[in-house]
Design a protein around this ligand. Structure first.
Ligand code: SAM
Ligand code: SF4
Length: 326
């Protein structure tokens, strides 16, 4: 067993997010593809993707360093036909394995993924309105809803619905809260602040602090999660988590996650690509050294890597239409 990975800011690394592909069958208008630039179409050549053996070796090394949770992502992970095998081999090393998916191909694979050992799933759903969903994600809502239903049926609970908060989705938040609120606690909502840095700069951002204030007005209780100090709002049995990294030092100073790109490069921060460490061809000792190096180079993005940024003041946030205070 290796010593736990801790960076120079005292941040322990407990969580690994692995991209298994850059390909995707959707075309979301805001997609950051894990900060690595435009996605590739699903049938494009994929020689550069890690093999199952390569992924397994990275997970084995992560376990040596005491990393406790693995999340698979993409592109769209389910364009790969071997995700079940990837999960099965992962849980032998680290049991807490989850996945973020667009859900469009989940219905026919949820049971096999559960049988392989997958614990939970995040399904991206920016609106419960099919027209808005199509405009944003360039794909159909119907199979995604089927995927969510099937995930619930086979016990991949709770299913977290990821909703990116930006100009196009603000008006759809109340309906999404109702949808999640009518699920007997089996669905949770995760509101993700739109991250403009990673895509073409566009004027789509909304004041996430205003959204948080609105949620606080409705909530019976507000919890703080260890990871990123994310806020969780509870009301009527509904759990809403807000992921708001932009201009947020508190988020960065409480980040315990590193990443692996589809090519097997280690990446210390979603927002940076100047710290990628290739691992292909390294022997086991070389791979361990690469883990140590990427963590040694890790700095909080806001606060250290980016020092000049607009300060956020949650108390001063004004209500944003159509979310009024209270
Ligand atoms: N294809 C899968 C999906 O859509 O869930 C997994 C990969 S996707 C890059 C992971 C999550 O990042 C999704 O929930 C997506 O909505 C979110 N996301 C993508 N681009 C974003 C952006 N610019 N700002 C905030 N969240 C974004
Ligand atoms: Fe990007 Fe996921 Fe949308 Fe595909 S489904 S375009 S990977 S956010």
């Amino acid at each position: 067993m290796e010593a736990m990975l801790v960076d120079a800011f005292g941040r322990e690394v407990t969580d690994l997010r692995i991209s298994v592909t850059k390909r995707c069958n959707f075309g979301c208008i805001y997609c950051h593809d894990e900060g690595l630039g435009p996605i590739l179409r699903p049938r494009a050549p994929h020689d550069e993707e890690m093999t199952v053996d390569e992924i397994e070796r990275i997970v084995r090394t992560a376990r040596e360093f005491g990393i406790r949770t693995i999340k698979y992502t993409g592109g769209e992970p389910l364009v790969r036909t071997d995700v079940e095998e990837i999960v099965a081999r992962t849980v032998r090393q680290i049991p807490d394995v989850s996945m973020t998916t667009n859900g469009s191909m989940l219905a026919r694979r949820a049971e096999a993924l559960r049988n392989a050992g997958l614990k939970r799933v995040n399904v991206s759903m920016d609106a419960i309105d099919p027209t808005a969903f199509r405009e944003i994600r360039k794909g159909d809502l119907h199979p995604v809803l089927e995927g969510v239903r099937e995930a619930l049926r086979v016990g991949l609970v709770p299913v977290k619905l990821n909703m990116v908060v930006f100009k196009h989705t603000l008006e759809h938040i109340p309906a999404m809260l109702d949808f999640v609120g009518n699920s007997d606690g089996h669905l949770k909502l995760q509101l993700i602040q739109f991250m403009p840095e990673l895509v073409d700069p566009k004027d789509w951002s909304v004041d996430i602090d205003a959204v948080k204030k609105w949620l606080e007005g409705k909530a019976e209780k507000v919890l703080v999660r260890e990871m990123h100090h994310r806020r969780i709002y509870l009301y009527n049995g509904t759990e809403v988590e807000v992921v708001d990294p932009v201009y947020n030092e508190e988020f960065c100073f409480n980040c315990h996650r590193i990443r692996v790109t589809h090519k097997g490069e280690l990446k210390g921060c979603l927002n940076r690509n100047d710290d990628l460490i290739p691992t292909r061809g390294l022997d086991d000792d070389g791979l361990r050294k690469a883990f140590r190096t990427v963590v040694a180079q890790r700095v909080p993005y806001y606060g250290v890597h980016v020092k000049e940024f607009p300060r956020r003041d949650g108390d001063a946030a004004q209500p944003v239409f159509p979310l009024s205070a209270g």
